[in-house]
Write a protein that binds this ligand. Structure first.
Ligand SMILES: CSCC[C@H](NC(C)=O)C(=O)O
Ligand SMILES: [Zn+2]
Ligand SMILES: [Zn+2]
Length: 425
């Protein structure tokens, strides 16, 4: 159970974690893992640091269950965060300032997703203090590199023998804050495509109108992609489709021109131009069809354009079907999860497709069910934004929610989850 003094301690542990600079592209993973190992020791969990890529540690914690042959629960969080523009924040993003008047804790990672990692540990601390012993093994992992695609983090972990030995039955990973009273829960996600389109073209005088300049070639692509973007966005605005059910297109950067020490040459049409694009594709959309449009319509070689994928995620399982976790009672884990949230006083919205990307896709791809969930209600969605914050009270409420979830998931019942194990007995 919580008390005012234990709550204050939990909040200051959260702030301590937030103050460790794990921003991409140079996250201090060593400091994060050292801090988390201390936390794990204090909670009484076994710890192993695994390193599937040099300098990118993955911390694996274990709370042994009474019946270790049962499928286990894996609680995932990533230790890295996205960079920030400190000057544009009200409180420095590494300060983890607790604004006394509003109760908000400002920090990069306060929503995405240092909150969740620490809430898992705090919930386990409370359950252990109350004498609870899980039936299943409970694993907690703190993983690197999620924000840059997870290739040297969870992608390698899922392929490892260490992972197979865990016999994972269900994964919990990150969700999103909810401005409403209902928590959001996610059963699938869109595929991430990060790509560059490069244009070449004839250089020339800035006063001359001519066809085939690099900028003209590129802007035609940008215009076509914008038309597609508008059509998709209109479906969301008219509430015909949810955010996770349309293709999103956003421009990350534009690069062109001939630089000078003070700016750019203005009367010279450049011979090269480039745009960076972030595209997210729902599981229901055929990526082959989109790739065809990319090659023929958005970046045709006939207009001197080339494209390159920087990230080309897929959300397909081994059979080539969209990797989705069933979020109804035909998946025996679902009612256990759903009821445990309710029991702790939480309300759950309708399960959704996550609009961005998470490491959960790597687990779903190998057939392991995964729910995306971050218990932050009554909170604006500020991940990757300036002034990311989470209120102290929501943070503490989330610990109680995880206490209930972990307790329920850890407990073996005759609910269909452990049919195979029962047959063995
Ligand atoms: C392509 S992996 C990047 C992961 C990141 N996840 C979140 C939740 O912000 C994203 O969607 O951009
Ligand atoms: Zn995240
Ligand atoms: Zn993120």
């Amino acid at each position: 159970a919580s008390s005012p003094s234990s709550d204050a301690e939990a909040v200051s542990r959260f702030q301590e974690y937030l103050r460790i600079d794990t921003a991409q592209p140079t996250p201090d993973y060593a400091a994060a893992v050292a801090f988390l190992r201390d936390q794990a020791a204090a909670v009484g969990l076994e710890a192993r640091t695994l390193e599937f890529a040099a300098g990118k540690p993955l911390l694996l914690l274990r709370w042994p269950g009474r019946r270790p042959s049962l499928p286990s629960i894996l609680l995932n969080s990533h230790t890295d965060v996205v960079p920030s523009e400190p000057k544009k924040w009200e409180h420095a993003p590494l300060s983890a300032t607790l604004d006394e008047a509003s109760g908000r804790i400002y920090a990069r990672g306060s929503q995405d997703m240092k909150c969740v990692g620490m809430q898992y540990l705090e919930a386990i601390r409370r359950l252990r203090n109350a004498g609870f012993v899980p039936d299943r093994n409970i694993y907690v992992i703190f993983v690197p590199d999620e924000e840059i695609g997870g290739h040297e983090g969870v992608e390698l972990f899922v392929a490892s023998k260490e992972f197979k030995e865990l016999n994972v039955g269900l994964v919990l990973d990150e969700g999103l804050a909810s401005p409403r009273e209902e928590y959001r829960v996610f059963y699938a996600e869109r595929s991430p495509w990060w790509l560059t389109i490069k244009a070449k073209g004839a250089p020339g005088h800035g006063a001359k109108l001519y066809d085939g300049s690099a900028m003209e070639n590129l802007m035609k692509s940008v215009e076509a992609l914008r038309r597609f973007r508008t059509a998709q966005f209109d479906l969301v605005k008219s509430e015909e489709k949810a955010e996770g059910d349309v293709v999103s297109v956003n421009f990350a950067y534009l690069k062109a021109g001939t630089p000078t020490p003070t700016g750019f040459v203005m009367n010279l049409q450049p011979s090269e131009a480039e745009v960076g694009i972030d595209i997210r594709i729902p599981p229901s959309v055929h990526t082959e069809a989109l790739e065809k449009r990319l090659a023929e319509e958005w970046a045709p070689s006939s207009r001197n354009l080339t494209f390159e994928f920087k990230q080309k995620g897929s959300v397909l399982d081994k059979l080539g079907k969209p990797a989705m976790t069933i979020a109804n009672s035909s998946n025996p884990w679902w009612p256990v999860f759903e009821e445990s949230v309710k029991r702790a006083g939480g309300k759950l919205g309708k399960p959704e497709i996550f609009p961005a990307s998470t490491d959960a896709r790597y687990f779903r791809e190998v057939g392991i069910p995964a729910f995306g969930f971050s218990p932050m209600a009554n909170t604006p969605i500020l991940l990757h934004d300036h002034n990311e914050f989470l209120s102290k009270d929501e943070y503490l409420k989330g610990i109680g929610i995880y206490e209930s979830i972990i307790k329920a998931l850890a407990t073996h019942k005759d609910d269909g989850i452990d049919e195979e194990s029962r047959a063995e007995l």
